[in-house]
Design a protein around this ligand. Sequence first.
Ligand SMILES: CC(C)(COP(=O)(O)OP(=O)(O)OC[C@H]1O[C@@H](n2cnc3c(N)ncnc32)[C@H](O)[C@@H]1OP(=O)(O)O)[C@@H](O)C(=O)NCCC(=O)NCCS
Length: 266
Amino acid sequence: MINLSMPISLERAVEEDAEDLASISKRAFDTDIDVGAPFSEPGGPIGYDSPSFQKRFMKNLVCYKILLEESIVGGLYISSRSNQHRVLERIFVDPPFHNRGIATQAMEILWGIYSNVQLWTLGTPEWNVRTRHFYEKLGFKQVGWEGGDADFRGIWYQKVMDPSNPYEMMRIGELRDGLKDVTVEGTIKSKSEPRKVRSRSTGKPLTVGNANFVDSSGSVTLVLWNEQIPQVKIDDRVRIEFGHLTSYRGEKQLNVGWMGKLVILL
Ligand SMILES: CC(C)(COP(=O)(O)OP(=O)(O)OC[C@H]1O[C@@H](n2cnc3c(N)ncnc32)[C@H](O)[C@@H]1OP(=O)(O)O)[C@@H](O)C(=O)NCCC(=O)NCCS
């Protein structure tokens, strides 16, 4: 019998934990249909029930298991945008242990491990009343919207750990070809007519459009793909997290990339 009054701990997950983490993640996310998920069947985010995905996450993210005594009761996966900026990619707790403060304790331990991090960000679906309550209780504030249409969109949250020492984003005028891991905010001033192209790797048809993205320090061409094109409107304030810079026919371009995030700011 696990003693619930014991403190929890976080340990880096290893490959041998993948089966347990996948089972717990499946049980945890399958309860989303009780908290507003617009699905007819239980489900969860990509790879949520797959041990091989947990192993992939361990290679690409920093993955912790949440331990109560010696037993795994949850998982917590993070990624790095920069030394001072981390993203909470995923957190889950086994349903029999829900609402006992375990995830809250896990986050407090995390703040301690990453005491130099100034900014934490994360996304959660708008329909998820449970996570919204949980993150807001932890001090996360909504800064914008992520993807989708009004029926299925994500809230983008951030927590500034010490408001007297805020995270300094790059300015658009500082962006140089080849820069990676760029987090930057600006305003969409104009958009080009979208063009149809084919993916060089898969041959699939794609739509690409450019936007003129500015702040008071300069401007850059923001490259938008497919569903990003209608999401972004002229005069929208936008944040790009984890973008990268390339140059195309001598023009500096900011790309969101598959790991990056485009957030329409409030
Ligand atoms: C989100 C999750 C990790 C929280 O874990 P937990 O250990 O139960 O978290 P805590 O006990 O620390 O806090 C949960 C809070 O949510 C509240 N809550 C629970 N169900 C709720 C609901 N349906 N609506 C609103 N709030 C709800 C609890 O009351 C508690 O808040 P309180 O302390 O103010 O009472 C857990 O619910 C989970 O695994 N969910 C499925 C996976 C998921 O959605 N993960 C997050 C996205 S990656």
